[in-house]
Design a protein around this ligand. Structure first.
Ligand SMILES: Cc1ncc(COP(=O)(O)O)c(C=O)c1O
Length: 427
């Protein structure tokens, strides 16, 4: 109140008055903060409690120590030349991980959902048609977003655990609906399905349709060569196979996708996710870089370290490691008498395995036991698989033989305890 009055006087009054107020103003500002009526919460007097856990669910996963180390480095300004250089190095690393020469390759500030929204909101305009392969929750999520954007959404559903084994139904939908975009989730973390993509872009391009692929749960742990596969837009998430904390969504756009964006009749519905503006900040175009939003500086350091870890091990080796550890896990689970949800091994996602909960077993008893006794996270189902499966993730730094053995032993122990509890309840 006093400050407002002083400012009014300052603008309306004579020179003498202005001098007086200018001298008095700092005194007024220094008055103790009597306005704060909400006291500091007592909980802030205690340190944060953060236990160490092994995250073998659908993500986030435990990061490589080098990634955490990178994130503790000093903060730079969002346009400082040293930070721009780190962004450039991160882009180059992402091009390697995506296996693409796409100039529009960057990381959106936000989790995997921001990648999904950025792709849809830039590639589609209201009223346009998108065909969405719904073989799990992530196709349903894309349908929800595209519907909100005012697009005409054509859904191709699949039962949980099923992939599109042939492209016949997809091609039929492209022929009939002439969509601008086809959406496919490469690795669906709700069902554990790996959807093959080879040859799909040829079909899309025959019908003048862009191919958009979600690789939030698969990038780095599966064979995904964006240029070779002719995919037009791919996004991912930092916190799963790349093993960085959550908060960045790597994304890449082909030249055809860039053309579609440049020829839009309307501006993208989101300013924050306008890829032309964000692409300029990331240095994707041959033009001076401008502020668009404050980049999440330390997360970018983390992502730079994450792509470095992939480069050090070699992409092919990283993919092979995920494949081998997933196979060991699958064999171990089957040896225990458990069934995998995805019946055909060809369609099993190596980074995330869905295991059917046997009749009469309480899925939560098992997940709770793993957490309480071993500090190991595995998850229950999600969407259509809720209550029906366990989801076990072996992602990035966590995809090790030791973790496979630990999680198998802990599940066997939990199931045997469940049996014992059932028996003693009968007695
Ligand atoms: C395949 C897939 N797409 C999208 C997402 C959404 O990512 P986020 O939770 O990071 O926003 C997830 C998250 O589990 C996912 O597994």
């Amino acid at each position: 109140m006093l400050v407002r009055k002083a400012l009014e006087l300052l603008s309306n009054s004579s020179y003498q008055y202005r001098c007086l107020v200018t001298v008095a103003l700092p005194q007024i500002r220094r008055t103790p903060a009597a306005m704060a009526t909400v006291p500091p919460p007592d909980v802030l007097r205690q340190p944060m409690h953060i236990p160490k856990k092994t995250l073998l669910g659908p993500g986030p996963s435990n990061p490589h120590p080098n990634i955490i180390e990178a994130m503790t480095q000093p903060i730079l300004g969002y346009l400082h030349p040293e930070f721009l250089e780190i962004m450039d190095q991160t882009r180059a690393g992402l091009q390697y991980v995506f296996q693409t020469n796409n100039r529009m390759t960057l990381a959106v500030s936000g989790t995997g959902h921001s990648g999904m929204e950025a792709a849809l909101v830039n590639l589609l305009e209201p009223g346009e048609t998108v065909v969405i392969c719904e073989h799990g929750l992530w196709g349903q999520r894309a349908s929800e977003m595209a519907t909100r954007m005012g697009c005409n959404v054509v859904k191709l559903p699949r039962a949980p655990g099923q992939a599109f084994e042939t492209y016949d139904e997809i091609e039929e939908a492209l022929k009939q609906h002439k969509p601008a975009v086809l959406f496919v989730c490469h690795g669906d973390s709700s069902t554990g399905v790996l959807q093959p993509l080879d040859g799909l872009s040829d079909i899309c391009h025959r019908y003048n349709c862009l191919l958009l692929v979600d690789t939030v749960a698969s990038l780095g742990g599966t064979r995904l060569y964006v240029d070779e596969m002719g995919i037009d837009c791919v996004y991912s998430g930092s916190q799963k196979v790349l093993g960085c904390p959550p908060g960045l969504a790597p994304i890449t756009f082909s030249e055809a996708a860039i053309r579609k964006i440049s020829n839009r009749k309307t501006k993208p519905l989101s300013f924050y996710l306008d890829m032309t503006l964000v692409g300029n900040y990331w240095g994707c175009f041959d033009e001076p870089r401008r502020y668009h939003h404050t980049g999440p500086i330390n997360l970018v350091y983390g992502l730079r370290a994450a792509v470095t870890e992939v480069a050090k091990e070699g992409l092919e080796n990283v993919v092979a490691r995920h494949q081998q550890n997933a196979l060991k896990l699958h064999r171990g689970l089957e040896a225990m008498g458990l069934q995998l949800l995805v019946k055909n091994p060809k369609f099993r996602l190596p980074t995330l395995t869905t295991v059917e909960v046997p009749e009469g077993v309480d899925w939560k008893f098992v997940t709770d036991h793993l957490m309480n006794k071993h500090k190991i996270e595995i998850a229950g189902g999600l969407g259509l698989t809720a209550g029906k499966v366990w989801r076990i993730g072996l992602m990035g730094y966590n995809s090790t033989e030791e973790n496979v053995n630990r999680v198998l032993a802990a599940i066997a122990e939990a199931l045997s305890l469940w049996e014992q509890a059932k028996q003693s309840a009968k007695i």
